[in-house]
Structures are given as C-alpha cells and as structure tokens.
Design a protein around this ligand. Sequence first.
Ligand code: SAH
Ligand code: SF4
Ligand code: F3S
Length: 451
Amino acid sequence: MINQRLHSLDTLYIKTYGCQMNEYDSSRMIDLMQQAYGMRLVAKPEDADVILMNTCSVREKAEEKVYSELGRYRLLKEQRPSLIIGVGGCVAQQEGERIQRRAPFVDAVFGPQSYHHLPQMIARIRRERVRLADVEMPEIEKFDHLPDNKDGLKQGISSYVTIMEGCDKFCTFCVVPYTRGAEISRPVNDVLTECRRVLDGGCVEITLLGQNVNGYRAIGPDGEEWDFTMLLYAVAELEGLQRLRFTTSHPIEMNDDLALAFAELPVLMPFIHLPVQSGSDRVLKAMHRGHDRAQYLRIIESLRQHCPDIAISSDFIVGYPGETDEDFEQTLSLAREVGYDSAFCFKYSARPGTPAAEYADDVPEAIKDERLQRLLQLMKELSHQACERQVGRELPVLFEKQGRREGDLQGRTPDFKIVHCAANARLIGQIVPVRISKSYGQSLRGEVVVR
Ligand code: SAH
Ligand code: SF4
Ligand code: F3S
C-alpha cells in the first residue's frame, strides 16, 4: 500500500573510488539493489533515483574529494527532493555521522562492513524520511547477507572474489586497519562456492582479493585450518577457470610454498603485486612493515627461482616522515635491483588517526615532488624495459574488450600487460596466441597468430 505513495526506485548510479575491494563491494551493492528493488544501473547521476558513493580514504584530500562531489549531488537533490543519496566505503567508516552534519542532504552513511543493510536502510529512509548512519563492524556477517546471484546474472570475463578483508599489520602511515577492521577470512567453502558461481556465469579469470590475501587463514572443508596456498590449489582445480590471480599480498606473509605454486599451477598467472613502500631499512622499520630490504629481496629471489618469467609490481611512498636523501636513494636502488615491471608511487600524506600523523610531516613538499618525479622516471624506464622484453614473443592473450582504435581488441598477457591487437570481436573472452610486435612503453601491440 505504502509503496504506491512512494516515488519509484528504478535507477542507480554508483561512483567508486579506491582499491579493487571497493570495486568488488560496489558490484555487490549493485547486486543487492537489483535484487531488492529491481534497480538498473545508469551512467549519469542526473538519471538516478539513488546515488551511492563508495569512498576511499587511503590518501590525502580523500574527504575533500567526497564533499566536493557531494556538492554536485546536492544540486540534483534540490531539483528532485525524492533523490536518495548514500555514502559508503572507507571515508564513511572514518567520518560516520560527521558526513551528515556537514552535508545534511546525505540520506545514508554506511561502512564497508555494513553495506548489506543498504536495502533495509533505503526502505526506512523512504518510509520514515529519516537520515541513517550505520558504520558498525560486525564480524564479516555481510557475506552471509549478500545475494546469491543464483539467477545466473551475467558475469564479466574477469571477476573479483573477496577472500579476506581487513588488516592487522598497522603500518604507521595507513588508515586501512581502522576503516576495514581486523583481518577476517571467509571460509574455504564460501570462497569456492562464489568462484563456481562466477565461472558458471561465464567468467574465465578470477582475481582473489584481500588487503593481505596471503594472510588468509580459514576453516577448510576438512575442518582443518587452510592457508592461502592451500586455497589457491583448490581454486585452481575449478572447472572452467583459465586464469587465476590475486592481490594484494604482503611480504611478511610470503613463503616458499606460495612461490612454488607459481611453478606448479598452470592457471596461476606469473604476476605478483608485492608492495615494499621503501628500500631503506630505517624507513621500513619506522613504517612498521615487519621486514627489511634483505628479506624482501630474498622473497623476490625465491619467486624468480620458481617462476623465472614472473612480473613484479609494487607500491612506493616517498617523503615518509624523516626520509632522508640517502633513504630515498635506497628506494631507487631497490627498484633497480628488483627490476619491477610496474609500480604505483605516492607522496606520503598524513592520514587522520594513524600513528604517523603524530609525527612531523617534515619532508618539504618540493622535495616530495622531486623524489616522486625521480621515482616515476625510473619506473617508466623499468616498465619500458619490461615491455621491450616481450617484443617478438608469442603470448597467450585473454581478450577483454573492444580497444580504443576501431577494429582493435584489448587484452592481457599472462604477466598482466595490456595488449592492443586487431582482432574480431567474437574473440572477446577467449585466450588467443598473439605475436607481440611493438612496445608502447607501458603497453604492447601484437598480431593474432593464425596457424
Ligand atoms: N595492503 C596493501 C596496500 C593498501 S593501501 C599493502 O600492504 O601493501 C595501497 C597503497 O597506498 C599502499 O601500498 C601505500 O603505498 C599507499 N598509501 C597508504 N597510505 C598512504 C599514505 N598515508 N600516504 C601515501 N600513500 C599511502
Ligand atoms: Fe595498510 Fe600496511 Fe595493512 Fe597494507 S599492510 S593495508 S599498507 S596497514
Ligand atoms: Fe581505499 Fe579503503 Fe581500499 S581506504 S584503498 S578503499 S581499503
């Protein structure tokens, strides 16, 4: 009855910031809203009955970005008061009700661990015209409340599956342990069930997700505790799976078994994102990373021993409090020594609530800029070299989508490099041999090999 007096709830717009965990969460929110209200996704906020923001607070100005985007949505709401606006994710977790104090037109605030309540929250907002904030962190119950997608919703060619969440590492600079909570792993059976479901839906590549995937520890079907490597072997056996990846792994959770998996599992692709942050022992210690440079290099060596072609990427922070020129030189030399294929490089920014925010942010902005430029320049050279090495090789490429150029498809090599290639659109979703003919520095061009 009530429903008849309520405005319709047909269209959803969702804006996602941050890491792959947020992308995964956003797609689950879409599933939820589809199931609860039959909503469909639209590309512009102007066309939406519900606007959701899934926010990230890992680096500077995150909050400001959210408020300025919200300013745009406020204008839409002034024109259309029935519009529902929700803010979720890591900024929401940190800011909580403060968001609604500063932006009173926001109807719902919800954290990364409570978005499964969204449909109920929205129902209440419509019924009672209230504003709600839910930033509880219940023990990963959300996974038990997310829709099953049994009705065979079409899956992408490549899908994320979250296997663990949260972080217990407490690096001094990082907000994630506060926004995502403690490390909690999903039971093995739940992970396998979700993997089977996406494979049934037509996906061929799975990326297992977590803040520290290799810290995974959960009960297996045999009642014993399984670690990440055991889980990998089980997922690798699933029918229909052609490529398996994971991200992010933490150096202190690496071991030789995991390195060996790269040699033993043909579906496990030769690529690992293994953030190091700094090459200086002094800085690594100050950051509370739990390992030094030599230990990190030993891990790299073990990975290369087991999988000579493995591509390695990292995250780096420059200008951490107290970082000297000498510390920074150590970072450059580590990057050269490892020979990364790619890396994300960031200037340090103090995040509210983290231990490092108490220290003086003493590296001047101009020096941070200069270090960032030098590191980016080095990474550019290294990724050029990594791409050049592929030229002339024949590689299996998984075509994912249409390319930017007419008649082109875009795909990925096993070691995660983007390949542009003239090919028929019916090859999307297939793994095809491609002869690499050219390097663009960060990506490649190739031709389909016809036998
Ligand atoms: N769990 C992953 C990374 C999570 S955050 C890991 O342990 O490596 C992603 C990246 O953001 C980090 O690797 C780090 O390089 C960067 N980052 C996190 N906090 C930051 C801060 N306060 N300033 C600058 N960069 C930061
Ligand atoms: Fe942040 Fe460190 Fe945890 Fe990574 S391991 S999420 S950088 S606290
Ligand atoms: Fe950002 Fe939260 Fe991911 S802070 S990086 S969205 S875990």
